[in-house]
Design a protein around this ligand. Sequence first.
Ligand code: NAD
Length: 267
Amino acid sequence: MQIRDKTFIVTGAGSGIGQQLSLLLIQKGARVIGLDLREASLAQTKTLAGGDDARFRGVALDVSNLERVQSFAAEAPSIFGGVDGLINNAGIIQPFQPVNELSLEAIHRVMNVNFYGVVYLTKALLPHLLERPEAHIANVSSMGGFLPVPGQSVYGASKAAVKLFTEGLYAELLHTRVRVTIVMPGAVATNIVENSGIEAPPASGNSSRFKALPADKAAAIIVRAIEKNAFRVLVGSDASFMDRLYRLAPRYAVHFITRQMQSLLKK
Ligand code: NAD
């Protein structure tokens, strides 16, 4: 898809990957409607984007609130005169706890934001996207959506649900003008722990041989994938490496990642 002169909705636009996606899309000549929980973070993105109302509009909204999503979707096309792209990027991680200790409340919260948030926005905007000359949906899953990470089992399940939902959409929309991309990032340097409202793990997986990718680099890879109408994009060398390892030897890959992440579950 050509980015210039298109209008994108980017969820989670107030921080990390979503903020960098918004800035890059604007730099490439698009308009962005940025969604996030907090007005203040959206205002920051707008300032970074040059403060231009004609390029960036922030809307404070919880993607897991179906009514709010539906009323936003009804208004969205009138903001800049049509919507051509939807990037479902907003997401949270779960508390670093094994399933046995994780509350049902935490489980519902992660599924509601990471999976139902994607479903609600997609359902609400798809009829409009199908009417556009060309349109794109990119959904941000995770390396954790194909590879289990101990202490993030429900996060992984939510991202696996996003992966299959998105691949199903890709297949269903093949004969339309809506292209679909599934995005599988590895570790990206953002404030996701803090923004998810959870405690940082006792020690991070620093033993990992891979460095977290800067968010602007991740955004550049994702935007390139949208431009190329890619089916799937792995973001970062850790995601590419684990994707290959998991397909070759799934059980070995699970043991490998468990050794890397062991410290996350130690008290
Ligand atoms: P981030 O916390 O920097 O940004 C996420 C944004 O989403 C935040 O601004 C947050 O306020 C917003 N958000 C959270 N819940 C929301 C809700 N209910 N409604 C609206 N907005 C909401 O995190 P990030 O690392 O940039 O994450 C972006 C996406 O990338 C997420 O889906 C995450 O799961 C995925 N991802 C991140 C990594 C990583 O290492 N950072 C790795 C793989 C996948």
